[in-house]
Write a protein that binds this ligand. Structure first.
Ligand code: ADP
Ligand code: MG
Length: 248
């Protein structure tokens, strides 16, 4: 399989606190270690993705042993439809990770129309799980918009559910969760092979560093997830009608 030159990877859902920013940080750092020019495009007014980059820069200013750099890009608040900006920026970066805000359906739809892949973190909590149909509706809306723009184009959006904050000991429950997603939602989304359990190490980002910088054994998680995103590894299940380049 060949590596995709994937450029815009959005992480979003329609709820806060599911791990969007955490996943953005982990993937951005992993990409930077692969020598990519990487930016986090922070669309959340809470700015946690931007603060992560600021802390990382500060770390680098105060050390003889700097970590790979990540850029921070912020949305122009006057610009409602960010597609033009993202398209422009994608020419300057290998990877742009879009950190969406939970609960903003408009931004979600617009970004879905331009992103190469959308990762939607979801835990095993019923509250988050119940939000998934709303995510699928937003993606359908984005697919309809794409269809109108280009009736002959491929309008299927590469949405992937990423299980995050799972309890490692709930083996049967986690299996049931995967089975439900594949059986019930396979039409609407792929399911990532890589899953994240609840681990403190993923959240020790106070210095703008992640497991990858620390050389923690958990760094294999973002590594494998990025491999899936760029197409050198397969997701567990692939959304109906989505042709993943490089993967048959
Ligand atoms: N896999 C994980 N293990 C432990 N804590 C996590 C994990 N993923 C997210 N968290 C924690 O959950 C909270 C919400 O995560 P965050 O990435 O800020 O979510 P969002 O950006 O969706 O609001 C944070 O306190 C974060 O540290
Ligand atoms: Mg966030």
């Amino acid at each position: 399989m060949t590596e995709l030159e994937q450029r815009i990877i959005a992480v979003g859902g329609l709820k806060g606190g599911v791990g969007k920013t955490t996943i953005v940080e982990l993937l951005a750092v992993e990409s930077a270690y692969r020598g990519k020019k990487v930016a986090i495009f922070d669309m959340d007014p809470q700015g946690s993705g931007s603060r992560f980059v600021a802390r990382r820069n500060e770390f680098n200013e105060n050390t003889d042993d700097p970590v790979p750099t990540i850029m921070n890009l912020n949305r122009n608040p006057a610009e409602k439809d960010v597609r033009k900006t993202l398209l422009q920026l994608s020419k300057d970066y290998d990877f742009i990770f879009v950190d969406l805000v939970g609960g903003n359906d408009y931004d979600f739809v617009v970004v879905a129309m331009i992103a190469d892949t959308i990762l939607s973190p979801c835990s095993d909590s019923a509250k988050e799980f119940e939000q998934l149909p709303r995510v699928f509706n937003a993606i359908e809306k984005a697919e309809e918009n794409l269809m109108q723009l280009d009736p002959d184009g491929n309008n299927r959006i590469d949405l992937r559910i990423l299980l995050n904050q799972l309890h490692p000991s709930s083996i049967a429950a986690n299996k049931e969760l995967r089975d439900i997603i594949i059986a019930k939602y396979g039409k609407y989304a792929s399911l990532c092979n890589v899953e994240f359990t609840t681990k403190k190490a993923f959240t020790k980002t106070g210095q703008g560093l992640t497991v990858t910088d620390y050389g923690d054994q958990l760094r294999s998680k973002p590594q494998l997830l990025l491999d899936e995103v760029i197409g050198v590894r397969k997701p567990r299940a692939i959304k109906e009608g989505v042709a993943l380049d490089g993967i048959n």
